[in-house]
Design a protein around this ligand. Sequence first.
Ligand SMILES: [Zn+2]
Length: 369
Amino acid sequence: MSRAGLDRLTPLATPTLILAANLPDIDTITLLFGQRSYFHHHRGITHSLVGLLVLAILLSLTVHFYDRRVRLKNNSHAKPTRPSRLFVVSLLGLLSHLLLDYTNNYGVRPWLPFDGSWYTADIVFIADPWLWLILGGALFVLTANNFKAVAFWSLLATALSLLLFYSRVASSIPRAAQVAWFIGLALVLLIRISGAGRPGSKPAIISLILTVLYWLSLTVSHGVALERARASFAARLPGEPVVSISAFAMPANPFNWRCIVETPTTIHMWNESVLKGATGPAASSLYYKPQDRRLLQQIEATATGKVFLNFARHTQVEIKRDDSGYSVHMRDLRFNLTTHFLLDNNLNVIAEGFGSAPERSSFRASVDE
Ligand SMILES: [Zn+2]
């Protein structure tokens, strides 16, 4: 964004943008107070429009203060910064963070503190290699100024890719995506060596345009996946009422989507490819929703339950029963995020928390449904 023209607006635009683009994730600090606190606050107020305004004011004043106290003291001929322009640059950096977070299936809550509703476009996986290629590629073309830098970044990118593709994660990355990735890396290197677009802002502007085009094509692919999911579910279970339907992006493959359909009593989950059509009912997972209202109300009233259920989109609930009471696991099907609750026979919650519960040896492994 800086190289696309914002660096002409004010001195210190680049460091201000880098700080602004990362500042909202300062809420990660809540992890120090445990997972419940983290899931309650992460992507909360620091990712809301009100929060962004406050952060933009704080950041622009801090950078302006630093400019007057340090930079201009050391170089009295330097052009001074202006708080209003620093504010604009800060706000754009912060908004780019909100936009990126909005595109993946974690979502954001932009109207806090007035309204805690989540918003998400569900079009990008939590880590997307194609965005790294588009944006990182432009950065490489613009900043790798000599042979040493070009060689270093090329070797590093190749080594990290090979390491990733030969690790356990590789099984979830399609072979075609791995090949496409290396073709992309080679293309970026070719653009750099040929010197196309250097110097100037062209690579930066092109990469920003490519990012928007990539998002638009993902929006189309996502829309097709949702339609496919609706149609294949209706074909499988005609007349079954649908409560909610989602299609979540999968690693490195913009054509594959994890589809989840909820009915009043069940959750169905399967993978759908917009290229090949439905994978068929054989590959579908089925979860039953528990109908024990009193037990669920007890869990919903706990601190863990409140935070988790505010965050979760599609919740799988597993209840185990034994002589001393109930063991309940709730899982958000988007991220495999789990919470556990132990209840006695009178449905009093005696233990709760994020993560899996330690197995009680007395539990019979019987799913109470
Ligand atoms: Zn964030």
